[in-house]
Design a protein around this ligand. Sequence first.
Ligand code: HEM
Length: 180
Amino acid sequence: MTTGGYGPTARLFHWITVLLVLGMVPAGVVMVQEGLDRTLQNQLFIFHKNVGVLVLVVVLARLAWRAVTPPPPPPPTMPDWQKTTSAWVHRVLYGLLIFMAVSGYLRVTLGGFPIEALDALGVPRPPRNDTLAAMAQRAHFLGKFALMGVIALHVLAALWHGVAKRDGVFSRMWPPLPRQ
Ligand code: HEM
């Protein structure tokens, strides 16, 4: 059975977000390891901070696009509890991505560290505040567990639809560009 899928722009936003987050989480986890080669660590930090800001831009653009181009309704065969759960998982995913990007941004700027791309563009930054920076660091550290948990739920649900149920839900977002 097939249902109307997401349009090309929504799919592009989705798969760009996947690629960015797939780079961000391992880079974040590796770069804080002790004893890491200094040059590699610096490169990972530069990648993580600047691509993290890009994640925020992409997520906000995606939400704006979603507001003007509402997603296709879930298939009518889907039970109500699944519709409600998936809507909430998507909201929480968006929320956690924004939470991670904002807490990372605050941890770095309030801690007095550079964000190379924003600094080069002359974007103003908040004044240094070590107490708030430490709170943002803790929030960023804990937020990753919630994000990874919700991503796991989202991927398992997508695979369940695609492999076990084969109800057309998986192909609403796959392949990254809709088939003609
Ligand atoms: C959605 C976007 C983001 C994700 C998914 C993400 C994910 C992560 C993860 C998984 C870690 C490892 C935490 C640990 O194990 O200790 C981390 C650390 C870190 N992230 Fe992010 N991050 C994001 C955005 C940002 C942004 C925008 C910045 C800064 C501009 C940033 C700055 C940092 C810093 C500085 C650390 C090291 C934490 C520390 O100081 O101990 N992150 N991030």
